[in-house]
Design a protein. Structure first.
Length: 182
């Protein structure tokens, strides 16, 4: 009965053939288990590297949670202290919230201007100057030592006054910024 079908018994089958078939099946099974284990382990290691675990101390309790840059929490410095858990060969660092820099008070020596243009060609500066004059804004064209020309509206002692003129200039369709000098 050579060429027996699956499920049929073959009286002539050699036990060595059955043993070889069993060894092949076990070998294939072990390779599959090894591959799945390797992928799972690399996934866990990669996830740990991509999303560091932080230890957050809130009042008296400790909470460990994964963090990501997409999750931003705004807290006061007194409320929370965050420690980043690094691999064992590196030390643990404490991360403190960045303090915002307070705006500087106005300095009496500063002169504020509303700058509406910065050009290499004088003709372009002159054209913008004329458009500003047509809208009722007196302005100056200043030539710089670099060969550029800037068009500016007004000269103010306070940023607030410059901001008011900036708003008017922008409402009339011009792009502008506030600049200042000592």
């Amino acid at each position: 009965m050579r060429g027996a079908r699956f499920g049929e018994t073959n009286q002539e089958s050699d036990p060595k053939d059955n043993l070889a078939l069993l060894k092949n099946l076990i070998g294939i099974f072990l390779v599959v288990v090894l591959l799945v284990s390797a992928f799972w382990l690399s996934f866990l290691v990669g996830q740990r590297m991509l999303i560091p675990v932080t230890k957050t101390v809130v009042a008296e309790g400790t909470v460990e949670m994964p963090t990501s840059e997409a999750l931003l929490i705004s807290v006061t410095e007194e409320a929370i202290q965050t420690e980043v858990l690094l691999p064992k060969e590196e030390e643990v660092r404490t991360v403190k919230p960045v303090k915002r820099e307070e705006p500087k008070p106005e300095t009496p020596n500063l002169v504020y201007k509303v700058q509406t243009g910065f050009f290499r060609q004088f003709d372009n500066a002159k054209a913008l100057s004329q458009k500003l004059q047509d809208k009722g804004f007196s302005n100056t064209i200043e030539e710089l030592s670099t060969g550029f020309y800037r068009v500016q509206v007004g000269e103010f002692d306070s940023r607030k006054d410059a901001q008011n003129v900036l708003d008017q200039v922008q409402k009339n369709g011009f792009e502008a910024i506030i600049v200042y000098r000592d």
